[in-house]
Design a protein around this ligand. Structure first.
Ligand SMILES: [Zn+2]
Length: 244
């Protein structure tokens, strides 16, 4: 439970006026987020257990679309999927003022007062400059771009060229298995690989691509080496400006 009284009116205004537009949420993502909000923060709970199937049915969405929306909301940091199993998802919602992408920016509305009546972290309260190793690379668009730039427009897994509007970031070690948002665990990849890999280990997925003829033997070797380099911290994000 939240230990402070929540201001539902403010929460709603933050969602509609700042969060949704700034994160560029689609209509489906908005619907899923509203539904989850209604059953969590609005009733004073941070965590929520739900089945994607019933969520999809309630909102009139295809199950795949509902699942995809939850995944993207997780990627954007609006919530965190803690557990995913046959009986359902367990998520922890993040208060709007804690969502980095929705914090006051150069231009745009600001989330000055938090929904629980606490002042959101402003300029004076910004956390100290993050170090490369502690930075959450899903936090902002600029940080996500440093990972995409590292892969230079090619999918990390299948090596296909991936235009900016059809690529995504994938957790090499899935977040459900405690994978972190570190530059050592995030890669830029095409949407097809992103959805096909799912929660499988990256090595297995690369071998599948090889069996399907999508990678040559040499490319598979190269990709397995790249995985090791990634884990060892040798593949640095491009243009990262935090302290090293
Ligand atoms: Zn790919």
């Amino acid at each position: 439970m939240l230990n402070k009284k929540l201001n539902a009116k403010l929460l709603w205004m933050q969602f509609e006026d700042v969060l949704a537009p700034r994160l560029g949420l689609t209509v489906k993502e908005r619907a899923v987020y509203s539904y989850l909000l209604r059953h969590s923060l609005v009733v004073g709970k941070l965590r929520l257990q739900f089945a994607v199937m019933s969520l999809a049915r309630t909102l009139g969405l295809a199950i795949g679309a509902a699942r995809q929306a939850v995944r993207r909301l997780d990627e954007l940091g609006t919530l965190r999927v803690l557990k995913r199993c046959k009986t359902g998802h367990l998520v922890e919602m993040r208060l709007p003022e804690k969502i980095r992408a929705a914090r006051p920016g150069k231009n745009g509305a600001s989330l000055v007062v938090g929904v629980v009546g606490v002042r959101a972290t402003g300029a004076a309260g910004e956390p100290p400059a993050a170090t490369l190793e502690t930075t959450d690379f899903l936090k902002t668009w600029a940080l996500r771009k440093t990972i995409h730039d590292r892969e230079r427009g090619a999918c990390f897994y299948c090596l296909r060229r991936t235009p900016a509007h059809v690529h995504g970031l994938d957790h090499v070690v899935p977040r459900v298995r405690l994978g972190r948002n570190s530059y050592r665990n995030l890669v830029s990849c095409c949407l097809e690989c992103n959805s096909r890999k799912g929660d499988r280990p990256a090595r297995d997925f690369l071998r599948t691509l090889y069996r399907l003829g999508r990678l040559t033997a040499a490319e598979l070797d190269g990709r397995l080496r790249a995985l090791k380099d990634l884990d060892a911290g040798k593949l640095r994000p491009v243009g990262f400006e935090g302290s090293k």
